[in-house]
Structures are given as C-alpha cells and as structure tokens.
Design a protein around this ligand. Sequence first.
Ligand code: BTN
Length: 290
Amino acid sequence: MELLRVRGQGYRLGAPIDWLDSTEIRRHLGQQAETYELRVVDIVESTNTMLLEDSVGGAASGVVLAAELQTRGRGRRGRVWHSGLGGALTFSVLWRFEQGAGFLAGLGLAVGVGLVRAVRSLGLEDIMLKWPNDLVIRHRKVAGTLVEIHGDVLGPSLAVVGVGMNFRLHAATRERVDQAVTDLVTEGAPHDRNRLLGEVLLQLARVVETFRASGFGPLRSEWESYHVYAGRRVVVRLPDGTLEEGTAAGVGEDGALLLQTRSGLRRFHSGEVSLRALGVGERRRGASGF
Ligand code: BTN
C-alpha cells in the first residue's frame, strides 16, 4: 500500500484500491461460476499454504482462495513472492484429479496457456511465457505460478495452483524484487482486479477441462507459440550450479523443456531448473542473472 503525506491533513492512499469482491468476480465468470467456490480473505501467510491445509481437511475441487495481502508469499525454488496491498492478484485454486500425481506433470504449463489467453483477452497482446510458467512482457516478469502436487501414483491426486500477478506494483515492492518486472496496469490493462480474476478463472476452467481429459498434449503447440525463447540460444542452470547451453526446441507432453545441445536433445523438468537467454558474447561459465 502506498501512503502519501498531505500537508496539514495526514495521509492518503497513493491510489484507490479496488477491493476483491466475490459477487463481482462471479459476474465475470458467467456459466463457469458453478466450477468454483470463491473465498476472498484480507490477509493470509500464503494462499498456497492455506489451501494445501484445507485440502487435507477435505476442501473440494474448485475452491479458490484469493487474498488481499500475503505476509509470506512463496515463489518457485524457495523464493519469496513479494506483493503489496492492492498491488497484485494473489490466489490459489485447488483441483482434484482421478489420475495419479505423475499425470499432473504438464499442469503448470497448461495453466500458463490459460493465463496468457486471459491477459490477451484484456488487450495485452505482448504477453509471452518463459518456461516453465512465468508470464513476461518484453522480458519483464508480470506473473508467476507455483503448482504444488500431492497424491498417489495410481490416483487420486490434487494440485494447488498458486498464481501471483503484478497488477500495479508499488515502488517499495519493485525495489525488493531482484529481477526485471512490470505490471498489468502499466502495460495497459483495465484497472479492475475483479474482472482480471474473473477472466483468469474462466480461462483456467477451460484449460483444466482439456487437461483433465487429455493431458497437456492438446495445449502443447499453443504453449510453444507463446514461448519467449522459442528457437533461441539459452542457458539452463541445474540445481548443482552446472550450466547447459543449447537452443530452446519446444516442450514435451510432460512439460519438460527440450534443449538441442551439442550432445543431442536433452529434456529438463521444471523442479529446480532455471532458464535464461544467452546474450551475445557471454561464455558458458560464470553466467549469472537467473
Ligand atoms: C514464482 O514465480 O516463483 C511463483 C510465484 C507464485 C506466487 C503465488 S501468489 C499466490 C500463491 N501463494 C503463494 O504463496 N504463492 C503463490
């Protein structure tokens, strides 16, 4: 939240906050409103953590937990997800599946397709994906997802899909983030978080329906068409710090990144791996900026 000092009067908000409102969100969902049970809370440590706990207690498939503020938002690879009050959209969705946990390998990428469709429908055609599932605009991160999977090999299984979208970043949040970022309002999205969440949930319902029936396969070529590094020279960083260089050659049906290297085609799974473009003149060793 941004507070501005007004001489002789005290403080006022830097910009008005359009609070999340279940009725408004449901209005945007139309017929898909039945897919979801919406829960909007003011403050929570992490919507993913809370929804995972609720899933143990039997929460149903389609529960959405959206928070105005997270005090301990979690990102991929143990990172912190920073967001300020009213400056982001932070929510998680619980999906239950009859299939085993292995079937869910490509779910994160399927979710990425839904997010791109939603943001494009709001007029932001420049939105792209960076494997595994960051949303970027001109190489600046605008959203990320944290997919946490539980279940048996033979099923059933569940996924808590956490989404953090920069809506209108406050200067203080921007300073805490250690990578190039932007937000949806700066890029021209309508100033309406309820509409954004409604549109995102609408598109997620569609891609998850496809995924449930046939896995990531039917969404794969669309995902590849959005990949910001398609056909480009990239560097993959492995958990032990090793760097692997190659050309981004698409993704597998399980969501693995396919990398054409000198020693052949290699596959990388999203878990602990990170990716960036190889700049001109950079060497294999000592690269940074992941
Ligand atoms: C990433 O890019 O590293 C993933 C960021 C995911 C952040 C979202 S915000 C809502 C949900 N709750 C969390 O604690 N994390 C996810």
